[in-house]
Design a binder for this molecule. Structure first.
Ligand SMILES: CC(C)(COP(=O)(O)OP(=O)(O)OC[C@H]1O[C@@H](n2cnc3c(N)ncnc32)[C@H](O)[C@@H]1OP(=O)(O)O)[C@@H](O)C(=O)NCCC(=O)NCCS
Length: 182
């Protein structure tokens, strides 16, 4: 079992585990959560387990995957946040890009947790992983997600389409990040 753990003000970020099954099921079976994610919530716990297994495999094969987020005050699993190496899909004609993302159970929305966890993920990306370019993607109608990407300092680059849905593409380069930190 990995001992990886990052503590933020209100959250603990750690690797996903198969024991997160009920949390992932609650998260991904909720139509509200999937409103701007293609509207395809899962229906079974087997699908939730598949998704956890896929995340664990990503960690092993790609060295990074989204992290489970635990609320410190309650100890509850709230969803996930963090980084993904997208070498298995093409968005905006790009493959092989890292993006920052987040997905929480709705009762934990509106507490600043996406912003808080994404700032830590961004720091980890540039200072620990020492990568060059961080991407953010959000459907244009997903106001909360667009706000988070803007708040953490990703720069809007262009609009593109995921299937028929309009989405925004954001970028942050290492140099820009470093300039901001100095
Ligand atoms: C996107 C998501 C992770 C945001 O999580 P969160 O912890 O509530 O986000 P934060 O609290 O850090 O920030 C959200 C910001 O959006 C704002 N916001 C949210 N809904 C809004 C709305 N309908 N109109 C205007 N602003 C809105 C909040 O006020 C906040 O901004 P503020 O800090 O300036 O007040 C959460 O809504 C979620 O899990 N959605 C479902 C999955 C998803 O869409 N993931 C992103 C895919 S790109």
């Amino acid at each position: 079992m990995s001992a990886f753990k990052i503590k933020t003000k209100n959250l603990i970020l750690r690797h996903l585990r198969e024991s997160d099954l009920l949390g992932i099921y609650e998260l991904d079976s909720d139509p509200l959560v999937h409103k701007y994610l293609g509207n395809k919530p899962i229906k079974t716990k087997e699908e939730a387990l598949e998704s956890i297994k896929s995340n664990i495999l990503q960690h092993k094969e790609r060295g990074i995957a989204r992290w489970a987020a635990i609320e410190k005050s309650s100890g509850e699993f709230i969803g996930w946040s963090g980084l993904r190496l997208n070498n298995d899909l093409t968005f905006n004609n790009q493959t092989n890009f890292y993006d920052v993302g987040y997905r929480f159970i709705p009762r934990f929305w509106g507490k600043g947790y996406a912003t808080e966890s994404s700032i830590v993920a961004m720091d980890y990306f540039f200072t620990t992983m020492k990568k060059e370019l961080l991407i953010g993607v959000a459907e244009i109608d997903n106001i909360a997600s667009n706000k988070v990407l803007g708040k953490i300092g990703l720069q809007f680059k262009e609009e593109f389409k995921i299937d028929d849905v309009k989405a925004n593409w954001y970028e942050l380069k290492k140099d820009e990040y470093a300039k901001r930190m100095s």
